[in-house]
Design a protein around this ligand. Sequence first.
Ligand SMILES: CC(C)(COP(=O)(O)OP(=O)(O)OC[C@H]1O[C@@H](n2cnc3c(N)ncnc32)[C@H](O)[C@@H]1OP(=O)(O)O)[C@@H](O)C(=O)NCCC(=O)NCCS
Length: 177
Amino acid sequence: MTVPDDIQIRCLDRIGDREIDGLSDVLIDCVEGGASVSFMLPMSRAKAEAFWRGAAASVARGERFVLSAEDASGAIVGTVQVILHQPENQPHRGDLAKMLVHRRARRRGVGALLLAAAERSALDAGKTLLVLDTASADAERLYARQGWQRCGEIPDYALLPDGTPCATTYFYKALRG
Ligand SMILES: CC(C)(COP(=O)(O)OP(=O)(O)OC[C@H]1O[C@@H](n2cnc3c(N)ncnc32)[C@H](O)[C@@H]1OP(=O)(O)O)[C@@H](O)C(=O)NCCC(=O)NCCS
C-alpha cells in the first residue's frame, strides 16, 4: 500500500471561514453517503457550519484538536478530532471523534494518515489513552489495522442518517512514545 504524497495533514490552530467551508463539504458528503456521525438527512449546510463553528470555538478554548487532510490544490478532503477536555479524574485520556474522509478521496490512505497524526498529537499533548466508538465497518478495519483494541458492540445505539437504527462499536488504544 502506498502513502499518498500529495496529502498534507494539518492540526488547525485557528478555524476560519475557509476551513469551515471545506470541513462542511466533507461532513455533508459523509452524511449524504450514509455515515452515522450525529446527523440526520436532510443534511443542510447550516447544520454543518454550526457544528464546525462550535468545534472552532472549542479549539480556541484548547479543548480539542481538529486535524485536516488537504489535497495538492489545498482542498480539505478529510478530518479527525481529538477531544482533550475530560473529567479531572481522566487527565490522561482523550476521545477520537469525527473521522471523516470525502468519498472522492477514500481508499488511498488518507484515513490512515489522519489517524496516525491524531495519535501523535494526542501523545504530544500528554494523552496516553484514546477511546472512540464507530458505526462504520470501514472505520473498524482502519482502527484495528492501526492497533486499536475492539471492546464490544452496543446494539441500537444511534440512527443512520435515513433513520435506520444502528449499533456502535467501542475501541481503545494505549499510546506509547
Ligand atoms: C472510515 C473512513 C474514514 C476511512 O477513510 P479512508 O481514507 O478511505 O481510509 P484508508 O484509505 O486509510 O483505508 C480504507 C481502505 O483503503 C485501502 N487503501 C489504502 N490505501 C490504498 C491504496 N493506495 N490503494 C488501494 N487501497 C488502499 C485500505 O487498505 C483500506 O482497505 P479496507 O477497506 O479493505 O480495510 C471513511 O470510509 C469515511 O469517512 N467513512 C464515513 C465516515 C465514517 O463513518 N467515519 C467513521 C466515524 S468513527
